[in-house]
Ligand binder design. Structure first.
Ligand code: NAD
Ligand code: LMR
Length: 328
């Protein structure tokens, strides 16, 4: 049996936490022969609810679940962890944009970044889900002295999955037939789901779906507004699909990327594609299962460049808004 992987999840008693923990414990994230330890982090008022979640996890008797540590102490929660999944934070309500949450949620990620640096090993990888996730990731990364920037990620995989599903429905194929779909920029209403490089069964999407007006209009708007549409319909933000996005993101980062394809995740920009260095922006990445790289040479037409620039401009303004949370 392999040695267990330790996974810390903040906001473990919340909606995403509820949908995510069973997926991790059952082997969806790291595979059917990989035991896991769970460190479940909550704020003090939610510790009672977390106890209920822990009871349910125990009642599943998952063969791969080795240990569960529920805690409201960040040092204990991140101690020796391999993966820090930062979900805990307030979700938006109808009528809000995700960056309206910066003032409420941003400060959570200073202490968590510091606690990760102080208590996890230097190899720890962190995925930020709590919104606005790109800029919260930037805050956590900037406060985690000594942890390499390449080990911080923010989630745009849910957007990628949404975009693939929309394209597949329009083309009358299965979503798994859609590849090379990159979400560029911010996990926000400015994100750009790049249909110009995406493929369906190896053919360019633009050759399969010839309705350019739909691609440039309804398709992009549907993906950009999907989170808001779910909030309007459910009265609560996406949870099962978000948890699935977390599982897919981590699995894609620990598994070699299929030849010729890429995946979307927000990473610390190295200046590729003119995205200012240091911003946490979504772009196409490939991995061998341990190290990752930004896929170079993706052709961007004028339409795509303008969309990416708009989303990057929003990230620049979000960074300016939280300058006091980012150590010089
Ligand atoms: P929720 O309100 O159901 O749960 C959030 C949990 O976080 C609560 O249990 C709360 O007690 C806990 N929490 C709050 N502050 C905390 C802190 N400082 N430390 C630890 N735990 C803390 O919300 P949810 O539906 O699970 O959503 C969580 C976050 O994920 C929201 O910010 C939401 O907008 C975001 N989200 C992101 C994506 C994405 O694609 N990036 C998708 C869906 C939701
Ligand atoms: C989503 O995309 O579903 C989440 O970011 C929640 C939201 O606020 O839209």
């Amino acid at each position: 049996m392999k040695a267990p992987i330790t996974v810390s999840v903040t906001g473990a008693a919340g909606q995403i936490g509820y949908a995510l923990l069973t997926r991790i414990a059952s082997g969806s994230m790291f595979g059917p022969d990989q035991p896991v330890n769970l460190r479940l982090i909550e704020i003090e008022p939610a510790m009672g609810a977390l106890e209920g979640t822990v009871m349910e996890l125990k009642d599943c008797a998952f063969p791969l679940l080795n240990e569960i540590v529920p805690t409201c102490d960040l040092a204990e929660g991140f101690s020796g962890t391999d993966w820090a999944l930062l979900v805990g934070s307030v979700p938006r309500k109808a009528g809000m944009e995700r960056n309206d949450l910066l003032g409420i949620n941003g400060k959570i990620f200073t202490g968590q970044g510091q606690a990760i640096a102080a208590n996890a090993g230097s190899g720890v990888r962190t995925l930020v889900v709590g919104n606005p996730c790109n800029t919260n990731c930037l805050i956590a990364m900037s406060n985690a002295a000594g942890i390499p920037k390449e080990q911080f990620f923010a989630m745009t995989r849910l957007d990628e999955n949404r975009a693939k599903s929309q394209l597949a429905a329009k083309a009358g194929v299965h979503s798994s037939d859609v590849t090379n779909l990159c979400i560029w920029g911010n996990h926000s209403a400015t994100q750009y789901p790049d249909f110009t490089n995406a493929k369906i069964k190896g053919q360019l999407v633009t050759d399969v779906i010839t309705d350019r007006e739909w691609l440039e209009g309804e398709f992009i708007a549907t993906v950009q507004q999907r989170g808001a549409a779910i909030i309007k319909a459910r009265g609560a933000s996406s949870a099962a699909s978000a948890a699935n996005g977390v599982v897919d993101t981590v699995r894609s980062l620990v598994t070699p990327t299929p030849d010729g394809d890429w995946t979307s995740v927000a990473v610390c920009s190295d200046g590729s594609y003119g995205i200012p260095e240091g911003l946490t922006a979504s772009m196409p990445i490939r991995t061998d299962g341990s190290t990752w790289e930004v896929v170079q040479g993706v052709e961007l037409d004028e339409f795509s460049r303008a969309k990416i620039e708009a989303s990057v401009a929003e990230l620049v303004s979000e960074r300016a808004a939280v300058a006091d949370l980012i150590p010089a």
